[in-house]
Each structure stands twice: as structure tokens, then as C-alpha cells.
Design a protein around this ligand. Structure first.
Ligand code: FA5
Length: 340
């Protein structure tokens, strides 16, 4: 093969390698191989001076042309590959506006919290103010001052969790009657929502549940006031159509005492598992505050009378939302909670 032929095959080989380079790194390798200091082409150009004069002109001219062609091809391919790399990088960065967004799960107010809030608002609109009391309570405030001295059989109605000699988890919110009345003078109308505890568990009873205590004391407060306040409440929360009834009942801290039942919403009063076939669900106990309780807080029971009631918030929420098992409120299953 003479010098011109080998220049032609060198040119073809270089152009093929340049065309086949897939990225700038491979292209740089081709530049070093075909135009670098140790390349065959540069060797030809270095040695051209030693050729015979007429061959020197032909080979020298062709070698310079090949060098230019290879250089041009390298520059051209470099431009192509750089553009392709830029395009790939910008595609990787692209924000696709048509993709669906990420869905954030938002929390909900717990159905018990929203029911309690609704109840509180209804009584606030009737002039009641909200008070608070401790969940860990003394026997005195939970029982004694409520006319349930030690060994009184009525203490058994509320199976109690004791946490110390004289300390217990309050079994009802009625402890707030004593605490609030001791620090206030009549007239007063107070509402006290909170947690209470009893050894009690089935589809309508929970060992920890919520009550709202309400009481009003003034001169000449009668059972008529109690019935009127509770009837207004029932109309506001369950609507006019839902039937309610008062039943005489016994609580040592009231006289007379009553319980209020609401027609069962699960069976519309026909009788079912939730209302234990009675057609009614008990939501509260109530009555006229016993003169002995008024005496305990230092009120003159000849001058003042009052009523009190204690309502189960879970029971109201079950009736409001047609929930058939009280335990659903405490299992924290989001599929249940999401519905409210
Ligand atoms: C009492 O707790 C009295 N302190 C209520 C009261 C207050 C009467 C003021 C008179 C004057 P009782 O144990 O019935 O009463 O409970 C009141 C309400 O709490 C019930 O009507 C019921 O709605 C609810 N309740 C009672 N036990 C449970 C329980 N284990 N789980 C869920 N709700 C309950």
C-alpha cells in the first residue's frame, strides 16, 4: 500500500470511528487516536520532508486534506453530541404538569369531639358557662359530698377504679357540681364536659367514656325548668321528630330523679341489639339537686333550689350518626373516622 492509499484508509477509519462515537468521551478518544501527537496521520506529516520531491507534494497535500476532514468531522460530531446531551438533561429535569398530584391525607375532628362541641354550643346559647374538674378525684368529691357516704349501696352502681387510698378515677362528671358550687354563688348555670371511668364494657358501655354535666341553681328553680331545658336541647340536636321520654329514677344526689331516653335510631323504636329490644337508648340521668348536696357546698337549701343532669356523649354521638357499637369510637380505625 503506498502513502496515499494508507492515507485514504486512515481517513475512512477515522470518519467511521467519529460517526460511531456515542458520547463526548468516546469522541475525545477518537480525537487523540487520529489527530493526537502519537497518531499515524501526524507521523505521516512529520516524515513527509524525507520523501522524494514530487511524492512529497502529493502526499503532503493529501495528508493536510485528511487532517482537515478528520478535524471538521470531529467538530461537527462534537456539536451533535453536546446538543443531544443537553436535550437529555433537560428532559430529566422536566416537570410534567399533566401527572396527577400527590394526595395529602388530612385529619378530621373526632366524632366525639364534634358531638361534644355541638352539645356545648346548644347549652351556651341557653346561658350556660363551661367549667372543668379533675379526672383523678377524691372519694369526697366523687361520692361523699354527693350524698353517697362510704358503704352507701349506690356506690356499687358505678364500679370504680381506685388509684390510691382516697383517690379514684372519677366515675361521673358530677364531681364538678361540688367543685364549681363551692367557688361560685347562685345564680349559676354551669356545663362541665370531660372523661369518666368505670369498670363497664359492652356495645353501649365503655370503660372510659365522656359525660357532660349541667346544673343550674337559683331561687325558685323547678323540675319544669329542667324539663324545658332538656327538651329544648333534644329538639336542637335530634330534631323535632325524634321521640324522648323521662323515666323516674334514683340517684342519691337528686330528689326527685329521672332518666331521659331517646327513641333508638337504629330500629326507629322497634327494638334491636343496640337498644336491647327496648326501642329506647338512655342518654342522661337528671333531677333536682338534693338539699344535702346544697348543704355540703354551703348553700341555703331553704332559699335555693337547682337541677342537674349528666349526659353520655358517646350515646348522643351514636344516635346522631347511627353508630351501633360504642367501641368503634376508640379503635381509631381511619376507615371509620374518615366518614365524619
Ligand atoms: C350518672 O353518671 C349521674 N352522675 C348522672 C346524673 C347527673 C344524674 C346529675 C343526676 C344528676 P349514669 O350512671 O346513669 O348517671 O350515667 C349517665 C349517662 O352516662 C348515661 O345515661 C349514659 O348515657 C352514659 N353512660 C353511663 N355508663 C356508660 C358507659 N359505661 N359507657 C358509655 N356511656 C355511659
Amino acid at each position: 500500500m503506498n502513502d496515499t492509499e494508507s492515507l485514504e484508509s486512515l481517513r475512512n477509519e477515522a470518519l467511521a470511528a467519529i460517526g460511531a462515537a456515542v458520547d463526548l468521551k468516546e469522541l475525545e478518544a477518537a480525537r487523540v487516536k487520529y489527530l493526537g501527537r502519537k497518531s499515524a496521520l501526524l507521523a505521516v506529516l512529520r516524515e513527509v520532508g524525507q520523501l522524494e520531491p514530487e511524492k512529497r507534494a502529493v502526499v503532503g497535500k493529501r495528508a493536510n486534506e485528511v487532517k482537515k476532514d478528520v478535524g471538521d468531522a470531529l467538530d461537527h460530531r462534537e456539536g451533535d453530541l453536546a446538543a443531544r446531551a443537553r436535550e437529555a438533561a433537560s428532559l430529566a429535569d422536566t416537570f410534567d404538569l399533566t401527572l396527577p398530584g400527590e394526595r395529602f391525607r388530612t385529619g378530621h375532628v373526632h366524632p366525639l369531639a364534634s358531638t361534644a362541641e355541638e352539645i356545648v354550643q346548644i347549652f351556651r346559647s341557653m346561658g350556660f358557662e363551661v367549667a372543668d374538674g379533675p379526672e383523678i378525684e377524691t372519694e369526697y368529691h366523687n361520692f361523699e359530698a354527693l350524698n353517697m357516704p362510704a358503704f352507701h349501696p349506690a356506690r356499687d352502681m358505678q364500679d370504680t377504679f381506685f388509684v390510691g387510698d382516697d383517690l379514684l378515677l372519677r366515675t361521673h362528671t358530677s364531681n364538678v357540681q361540688i367543685r364549681a358550687m363551692k367557688t361560685r354563688k347562685p345564680p349559676l348555670s354551669v356545663l362541665a364536659p370531660g372523661r369518666v371511668y368505670r369498670r363497664d364494657s359492652d356495645i353501649t358501655h365503655s370503660p372510659m367514656f365522656h359525660q357532660i354535666e349541667g346544673f343550674m341553681v337559683d331561687e325558685r328553680i323547678t323540675l319544669g325548668h329542667l324539663k324545658s331545658v332538656l327538651s329544648s336541647f333534644v329538639r336542637a340536636i335530634f330534631g323535632k321528630a325524634r321521640k324522648v321520654r323521662f323515666r323516674p329514677s334514683y340517684f342519691p344526689f337528686v330528689e326527685p330523679g329521672a332518666e331521659m331516653d331517646v327513641e333508638c335510631v337504629m330500629c326507629d323504636g322497634k327494638g334491636c341489639r343496640v337498644c336491647k329490644s327496648s326501642g329506647w337508648l338512655e342518654i342522661l340521668g337528671a333531677g333536682m339537686i338534693h338539699p344535702k348536696v346544697l348543704a355540703h357546698v354551703g348553700y341555703d337549701s331553704e332559699k335555693y333550689t337547682g337541677f342537674a343532669f349528666g349526659m353520655g356523649i358517646e350515646r348522643v354521638a351514636m344516635l346522631r350518626h347511627r353508630i351501633s357499637d360504642i367501641r368503634l369510637f376508640f379503635e381509631n380505625d381511619v376507615r371509620f373516622l374518615e366518614q365524619f
